[in-house]
Write a protein that binds this ligand. Structure first.
Ligand code: BGC
Length: 475
């Protein structure tokens, strides 16, 4: 370290204390997590929704057909056409990506559906100009918590990831989307509404049978895994065979909304208080990409306020005081700075915040970014470990996607280290639960799930399918 003033050294020490999650805490978090996963499956329910998805079993690699997939994630909207080919596990894909305009996230339901269908229409017009299309089955990846009485149905429980559109929560999102398709004469029918985690699980298991969990570490966080119907008390009334596999979309971003075990800092409390949905998504708000830059910013603002003059003296702090000015790419870029004197960080801070930082301030920011990124990775591992413990999985592959997983430096290694600590592998043992970059869950996964649903319609296995009759048109 350069000659760091004593006051700043003390501050770094303070940040280390509040952001470090040691092995004992990780284990406490996981123990509570396992209980909460169980609770979510019970009739009474709990914080973690444990949504039943009606995806019943893994693909066998022989699925076929052409499907549309619509992915409404947190940042982009993507439309794909996927052909599952004759080759086992093979597929062809064409796709277009559209930016989700920021104002749409707090606009009206009508604007949301119209924009979504505009994108699908553009895609169809571009790729199928002057063609007469017959009915196209759509896998709709709607990555928000939804109650599904059927696979082609989904009542939004609550918006997450900063979305706040009136008139959608508590409603089935399939009919308004299908109505817009119909109004525009588009021959598209929702065959399955899926979560990105379920898509990730299914797409990853298509090419790797050791995949048991699908995770997203991105703008939001969540995981899905395959449960046996007999272990889902809230489905007991349906008398399904006990060993029937059903994918559960955990929605574990909502873990510990009661704040029993998570090591919350005052910055986490501020994020929660100022969010569109206070009291919700406690785990997500500490680990997801949407919040990492904001946690970083709030920690610096706290220093400005609690120790005036200690950092960025005589500089304009206006930009630094702008909520959500920094996204997770900011601390990620600081962690990635290869230069010992942090020249890239210096330029970044200058550009983004119009602040000229001293060497000591740059070092403080580097350490802060490391601490926030490390905390996110270690806590993220708790969700994976909890599913493994709940299902008595000793070894497996986990398919993961999302911007934090793919782009945040050291996230994978830090998560792997935390899994090692939580699951008590001997130092001589190799990692037994390993997290891998997933196949395209929201595209290929959605198509596969649509294909699996149609296969069930053909076989007359209609549990959890609402519009089986209409789907026969595709079979
Ligand atoms: C949503 C989940 C989604 C996750 C990752 C969360 O905010 O509630 O449905 O899987 O983000 O996209």
């Amino acid at each position: 370290m350069t000659d760091m003033p004593q006051d700043l050294l003390e501050q770094i020490k303070h940040f280390e204390e509040v952001f470090t999650v040691d092995k004992t805490k990780l284990k406490q978090v996981v123990d509570h997590f396992v209980k909460e996963l169980e609770k979510g499956l019970s009739v009474e329910g709990g914080n973690i929704p444990m949504n039943v998805t009606w995806v019943m079993g893994f693909p066998d690699g022989n699925e076929k057909g052409t499907f549309l997939a619509l992915d409404m994630g947190g940042t982009n909207l993507r439309v794909c056409e996927i052909t599952l080919t004759d080759e086992k596990g093979g597929f062809d894909i064409i796709q277009s990506k559209y930016k989700m305009p920021e104002e749409l996230k707090t606009g009206t339901a009508e604007e949301l559906w119209e924009y979504t269908v505009d994108c699908v229409q553009q895609f169809i017009e571009y790729h199928h100009e002057n063609q007469k299309l017959s009915q196209l089955p759509l896998g709709f990846t709607f990555s928000y918590p939804a109650t599904q009485d059927y696979i082609d149905h989904g009542v939004l429980q609550r918006w997450t990831k900063g979305f706040d559109i009136d008139g959608v929560e508590g409603e089935d999102v399939v009919p308004p989307l299908e109505k817009c398709f119909k109004d525009r004469g588009l021959p598209i029918k929702v065959a399955a509404l899926i979560n990105d985690t379920t898509g990730t699980l299914i797409a990853s298991s298509y090419t790797d049978s050791a995949m048991k969990i699908g995770c997203i570490f991105g703008t939001g966080v969540n995981a899905a895994y395959m449960e046996d119907a007999g272990s889902i008390p809230k489905l007991a009334h349906m008398n399904l065979p006990a060993d029937m596999p059903i994918a559960i979309n955990c929605e574990y971003g909502a873990f510990d909304n009661e704040h029993v075990v998570l090591p919350l800092t005052k910055y986490d409390h501020i994020i929660d208080r100022d969010s569109p949905r206070p009291g919700q998504q406690a785990f997500e708000k500490m680990t997801a990409g949407l919040y990492l830059g904001e946690i970083f910013r709030l920690a610096l603002v706290d220093l400005l306020d609690s120790r005036p003059g200690l950092i960025f003296a005589d500089q304009d702090h206006t930009l630094l005081r702008t909520p959500y000015l920094l996204d997770s790419s900011f601390p990620a870029a600081i962690e990635e700075d290869p230069y010992e004197n942090l020249t890239e960080t210096e330029d970044l801070v200058q550009q983004k915040l119009k602040i000229k930082a001293t060497s000591a301030e740059l070092e403080l920011m580097r350490r802060l970014a490391e601490l926030i990124g490390t905390r996110a990775a270690r806590l993220s591992a708790c969700g994976v470990a909890a599913i493994c413990k709940k299902k008595n999985i000793d070894a497996c592959h986990v398919g993961a996607d999302g911007s934090v997983f793919t782009k945040y430096p050291h996230f994978k290694a830090r998560g792997a280290q935390a899994l090692r600590e939580i699951l008590d592998w001997a130092p001589t043992e190799q990692d037994k639960v390993t997290i891998h970059a997933a196949e395209d869950g929201s595209g290929v996964g959605a198509a596969l799930i649509a294909a699996l649903t149609l296969k069930r319609v053909r076989a007359g296995n209609l549990a959890g399918i609402r519009n089986a009759k209409e789907m026969q048109a595709f079979c």
